[in-house]
Design a protein around this ligand. Structure first.
Ligand code: NIG
Ligand code: FE
Length: 424
């Protein structure tokens, strides 16, 4: 049979296969490793996975990649990012180095509000142009699918401009982008002290406008959803406000995500489980009593150790205990100008292994298979299985554990998106 692409002779073909769905507990330590493995691709989809000898006999290919001495694995999925923003937070970085905390800076009108001011001043085209180099860097580091949130506009026109920028960026580069409406990211200065009124604006004005935009929006990934997210945190949005926004989003067809338990636990995890959220993210201070209900749900727990690292904290989400409790865990960068200016999922894997005691296999499943489910794309992305989209990396190392063992560099050599070589 003739195919478009045959990758063969991989020292390790790491499938991350999981025909049964989300990976939990012991399954997270299994990456589905095949020595001397091969992969065949036709029409952008994986048509065969198996031993090199067999696939080389069965297929002739328009293009062949000899992956001898290398790892071949699924493209990474960054399930939580704020990759579109204007300006920087360099002055706040220095303030933090001098001792101010993230929440103090936010309370004083900086933080998200400072990025909001720069973002409101930019057009959709300017926002897209500013974010394009970031996405290029993320792709080079292996991220082939990237969720991107709004949330620095905080008024209807500026939130729409952010979403339009995400749509422009999806069309303008190879990675698949999935948009998330995060109008409830912070209370903008003009609503200070009137959080409920701002929540009403999010629900009554922004959400319908966003839904109308989405009806006409075009994204490359078939079946891509528009998500709705809220920053549920002390002095930001409480649990009741988060519930109102997420339920309104769900009623309008937007699956829920939630920022919960980054600094203060407000019961965001039980709320996410109750609402059937696709993911609940951060989990830094989630009480262990809440792990069981999360484990019993299909809500993916997304932890973001680049945030803790960047904020100079020694406290990390208890990802080890979350996995052991049976939570389907994913890792993401949370790339944003304040709490995590980090484009690299391999660095996040390295941090998770060191500070959260994940094994390299668990970290890899957390940025592939489980991350695919965290963006509602489990059946289509996140593993090297027949029928899935051919998003594949060739890694310049013979052992997948090098991905988490090394830190600060980039072992990703070749990036294949929908069966096409898009880098190298
Ligand atoms: O996920 N926590 C809220 N939102 C981001 C930070 C955004 C920012 O500081 O600009 C986060 O950490
Ligand atoms: Fe975030």
């Amino acid at each position: 049979m003739k195919v478009d692409l045959l990758i063969h002779s991989a020292a390790q073909l790491v499938t991350c296969a999981s025909p049964g769905g989300l990976k939990r507990a012991a399954a997270m330590a299994d990456v589905g490793l095949l020595a001397d493995g091969a992969l065949a691709v036709a029409d952008g989809e994986i048509v065969a996975v198996g031993p090199s000898r067999e696939l080389r006999a069965d297929f002739t290919a328009a293009e062949t990649i000899d992956a001898a001495g290398k790892v071949v694995c699924p493209g990474f999925i960054d399930a939580h990012t704020h990759a579109v923003f204007a300006g920087d937070r360099l002055d706040e970085f220095e303030l933090r180095l001098r001792g101010a905390t993230y929440m103090e800076i936010m309370a004083a009108g900086g933080g998200i509000a400072s990025t909001m001011r720069a973002t409101r001043a930019a057009s959709a085209a300017e926002l897209a142009a500013g974010a394009a180099p970031r996405l290029a860097e993320m792709l080079a580091l292996g991220s082939t699918t990237i969720e991107v949130k709004s949330g620095y506009g905080l008024d209807t026109a500026s939130e729409l401009a952010m979403l339009q920028a995400i749509e422009l960026l999806d069309a303008g580069q190879p990675a698949d982008l999935l948009p998330t409406f995060l109008g409830a990211h912070a209370v903008p200065p003009e609503y200070r002290g009137r959080t409920d009124e701002y929540v009403a604006l999010v629900i009554d004005e922004m959400l319908p406008a966003v839904v109308e935009w989405w009806a006409g929006a075009r994204f490359k990934l078939p079946g891509a959803a528009l998500f709705c997210d809220v920053f549920c945190e002390a002095n930001v949005f409480d649990r009741a406000q988060a519930r109102r926004v997420l339920q309104a989003g769900q009623a309008a067809g937007l699956p829920a995500k939630l920022h919960a338990d980054e600094f203060v636990s407000l019961g965001g995890v039980p709320l996410a489980v109750e609402l059937g959220a696709v993911s609940v993210d951060h989990l830094d201070v989630t009480p262990p009593e809440e792990f069981g209900a999360l484990a019993e749900s299909d809500t993916v727990g997304v932890v973001l150790p680049a945030v803790n690292f960047n904020l100079g904290s020694t406290h990390f989400a208890n990802a080890r205990a979350l996995i052991d409790a049976g939570v389907a865990l994913a890792l993401a960068t949370d790339i944003n100008p304040g709490s995590a200016p980090c484009p690299s999922l391999p660095l996040v894997m390295a941090l998770a292994c060191r500070y959260q005691r994940l094994l390299p296999a668990e970290a890899l499943n957390a940025v592939t298979l489980n991350a695919a489910y965290a963006v509602g794309q489990g059946p289509r992305l996140g593993s090297l299985e027949v029928g899935k989209q051919a998003d594949v990396l060739v890694v310049a190392a013979p052992d997948y554990r090098q991905l988490a063992y090394q830190l600060g560099g980039n072992l990703v050599e070749t990036v294949i998106k929908r069966g096409r070589r898009v880098l190298n």
